[in-house]
Design a protein around this ligand. Structure first.
Ligand code: CA
Length: 229
């Protein structure tokens, strides 16, 4: 991991912002702070952070709208830090492009672990794979982290990319929810099956011809998923 990674922290509560900033700086990250979405958008363009940590209840709008606008032009990891704790709220944020979700109050050790996991994007998750991998109309170029479909680039977020590589490296095998959650998000999410439902859905949208009848990313009901080349 690149410890000098810059993180954009968007949070209007001063105490939480200070607390998170201090903990991240102690780990060697550099932090750009923002207390509104408006300022965050400016910082985003000026500072090119490696990832975003974001509160949802902001004075000038809803953080989910911010995630949606960020997703129009970047694949950088987005971690939500919010007091909203219902499963529906989490799914709403994840569906709109967040990569992870931590509910307040949170343990700082867990926040740091999730930041590390999201920034671990260049580590290869798929030691069994060749430099490139092809199935159907899809080609995955591992060295360049590039996925193309009929020679057109498909934009995947870091989490989508890791999920794809984890599945590709085990072709034909049933991968349990727990295995996939650990491989992609880390131990903190071993029970969060709804994350997988959302992200496998995103891979299907981007890589399958017919998402209602997937050919490659198959559901194994009650167990997990299986990749079929
Ligand atoms: Ca807030």
């Amino acid at each position: 991991m690149n410890k000098s990674s810059r993180i954009l922290l968007i949070e209007d509560e001063v105490q939480i912002r200070r607390f998170v900033r201090q903990a991240l700086e102690e780990e060697g990250y550099s932090i750009v702070e923002s207390d509104t979405m408006h300022k965050a958008l400016e910082h985003l363009q000026e500072t090119a952070p490696a990832m975003i940590i974001l509160d949802l209840g902001l004075p000038d709008g809803d953080g989910v709208d911010f995630i949606r606008s960020v997703r129009l032009h970047t694949d950088m990891p987005v971690l939500v830090l919010s007091a909203r704790s219902s499963e529906a709220e989490k799914i709403h944020a994840l569906d709109n492009g967040a990569d992870d979700y931590l509910t307040k109050p949170f343990a700082i050790g867990e926040l740091l672990a999730r930041v590390r996991a999201l920034l671990r994007r260049n580590k290869t998750d798929a030691p069994n794979l060749e430099a490139s991998y092809r199935f159907g109309e899809i080609e995955v170029d591992l060295a360049h982290r590039q996925v193309t479909r009929n020679n057109a680039i498909v934009h995947l977020t870091p989490i989508e990319h890791r999920l794809l590589l984890t599945m590709l490296s085990n072709p034909g095998k049933v991968l349990t929810y727990r295995h996939l959650l650990r491989a992609v998000w880390g131990n903190a999410h071993a029970e969060s099956n709804h994350y997988l439902r959302i992200y496998v859905g995103r891979l299907r949208q981007k890589l399958e011809d017919d998402t209602t009848q997937p050919k490659h990313f198959l559901t194994e009901t009650g167990i997990g998923y299986r990749f079929q080349p």
